[in-house]
Design a protein around this ligand. Structure first.
Ligand code: ACM
Ligand code: ZN
Length: 554
């Protein structure tokens, strides 16, 4: 008897009884109808349907199985027989099949392709989706709904209240930018970043790879570029204090590492958009190739922050050869439909007095138009060359909103960062737009009023509530037709003052939660007070998966 009691107590210390799932997650699904009086009890002996013949679906099944075990200790068996499984997957919605009968299949939006439904009743958990990506989104929803067992212990069962969840994202483009040029982060951090984006239903990682302060992308035809251009001799302390740390700093990503990240991200339905920022923000390249600057150098890899007046010489034909070599290899490594060519903050001071740049203005026959200076038009010439180069390779060019200034050709996409004005103007001209205004989306700004007890930042104040309040379609300025050109919103994390992976996640979380609800939910579905009640469970998840976050929201 004593023995049995002891065994029972030992078992109980290793496992706890059933705990409930809770579907109040972030981002909030479009529709959740729950009957809390009835539950389906998922137990370790049960199966999850697994068809090894479909590797993409099988991968998503494995993700869900792994996440359930990680959060609850409940390990499900892979079951080839669908009828015996407690967790089942079905491709296609019955309503689509009905609608299709005798008719041509309607064309679906990108968002509709991502749609999923979860039905939980006495028969178990059924996940339906049009495409395997929908299974991934559903798996993330279930993951976030799970109760968390104490680390190392397991629940005996998970009680899922009966429910019907239907969901699809509001915007087709749901991005986050990370600046790995001011500071370099290891590939492992990039993978964690991808995981964090996937947890929040984002689908685009905009990877800022080159800057005045460091070149991070290996170019095989120009091996010196990353080798030398990735290292600055020292870094200014604080906000351009004039005092330097005396420590060389650097690092770059090999093409093999970039490919590894592209594949890792693709398995999590995240596209990586690489950015080579041109023709400004190029001190690191000028350090290696001083002949590409108007003055001929020498140029250091920049050791301070800000906007350098030293930029690529637009009149030197070697500049275009250089850019096409770099962007050509970029296209070889990154399959993304979108390629970012920067275009922001390019001072024209050097071009105004450079004989080569002035000769190019003459050669191109550029004329004063009362709106744009000749030098602004010279930058437009570079943009158009790059856009044509990318179009030949089947890619679409993205540029910061400065690219709008001299006129954008048809396929170009504008990233509106200096407020929403550029985005509105671009949409009115029927250019596609990504909305990422400083006022709502620059998560390098402080998130709490009490800046003094925060790590040093660039300045500004952007609390999670402000991010949450963003309405990317700006209905007061754009009509329904024009709104169609807004692809979606993105947050940007510039890293002048962010030097460690912990700091990256501290800046991101929970503002990524806030933007994810902007990306997924209609404005009439959003409620910041309700959001705050759903946040604590997300924070527990971050603790569980080892992500740092800001514990307070304002
Ligand atoms: C930017 O923030 N310079 C695009
Ligand atoms: Zn020049």
């Amino acid at each position: 008897m004593k023995k049995i009691l002891f065994l029972l107590m030992a078992c109980m210390s290793l496992s706890t009884w059933a705990q409930r799932a809770d579907y109040r997650i972030i981002p909030q699904p479009k529709s959740v109808t729950t009957d809390t009086t009835q539950v389906f009890s998922l137990q370790p002996s049960m199966g999850i349907a697994y068809d090894a013949g479909n590797p993409e679906i099988a991968r998503n099944v494995q993700f869900l199985r792994q996440w359930i075990e990680e959060f609850t200790g409940v390990k499900l068996a892979l079951t080839p027989d669908d009828k015996k499984a407690a967790v089942r997957f079905s491709i296609g919605f019955p309503a689509d099949k009905k609608a299709k009968k005798g008719k041509q299949a309607p064309t679906l939006t990108a968002q509709q392709e991502e749609a999923y439904a979860i039905t939980i009743d006495k028969n178990g958990i059924l996940i339906q989706a049009r495409q395997p990506i929908g299974f991934f989104r559903a798996a993330q929803t279930l993951r976030k709904s799970l109760p968390l067992s104490a680390q190392g212990s397991a629940f005996n069962a998970i009680d899922f209240p009966f429910t019907k969840i239907q969901d699809e994202p509001r915007f087709e483009y749901r991005g986050a930018m990370l600046d790995c040029a001011r500071h370099f982060f290891p590939l492992e951090t990039l993978k964690q970043y991808v995981d964090a984006l996937a947890l929040h239903g984002c689908n685009q990682l905009h990877w800022h790879l080159t800057e005045d302060q460091g070149w991070r992308f290996e170019v095989k035809a120009l091996p010196e570029l990353a080798k030398k251009g990735s290292i600055r001799n020292q870094t200014v302390i604080g906000r351009n204090s004039g005092v330097y740390d005396g420590q060389p700093y650097g690092g770059y990503y090999t093409q093999e590492q970039c490919r590894e990240l592209v594949n890792y991200a693709a398995e999590r339905y995240i596209n990586i958009i690489p950015e080579i920022d041109l023709p400004g923000h190029m001190m690191s390249a000028l350090h290696v190739f001083p002949n590409l600057g108007c003055k001929g150098g020498p140029y250091p890899v920049w050791e301070q922050w800000g906007v350098s007046r030293e930029v690529l010489c637009a009149g030197n034909p070697e500049t275009m050869t250089f850019l096409k070599t770099v962007v050509g290899e970029l296209c070889d490594v990154f399959p993304s439909k979108y390629i970012h060519i920067g275009g922001d903050e390019c001072p024209k001071e050097r071009w105004k007095t450079c004989p080569k740049c002035q000769a190019k203005i003459q050669e191109l026959g550029l004329k004063e138009d009362g709106k744009h200076s000749l030098e602004d038009q010279l930058q437009t010439y570079i943009n158009h060359e790059m856009e044509a180069f990318l179009r030949e390779r089947g890619r679409d060019m993205i540029g910061w909103d400065e690219v709008l200034e001299g006129g954008l050709t048809e396929g170009g996409i504008v990233m509106s960062w200096r407020g929403i004005k550029g985005g509105i103007e671009a949409a009115k001209q029927h250019h596609r737009v990504i909305m990422t205004p400083t006022t709502f989306c620059y998560i390098d700004y402080y998130q709490l009023k009490d800046q003094w007890n925060q790590p040093l930042g660039i300045g500004g104040y952007l609390p999670a509530s402000k991010v949450y309040s963003f309405e990317p379609l700006v209905p007061e300025d754009l009509n329904e037709e024009e709104q169609k050109y807004i692809l979606g919103p993105q947050v940007n994390l510039w890293c002048e003052y962010v030097g460690s992976p912990q700091h990256v996640f501290y800046m991101m979380l929970p503002r990524l939660d806030a933007i994810s609800e902007v990306q997924w939910c209609r404005s009439d579905q959003k409620d910041f007070e309700d959001f705050k009640t759903r946040l604590p469970h997300m924070l527990r998840i971050y603790d569980r998966i080892g992500l740092k976050y800001c514990p307070k929201v304002e």
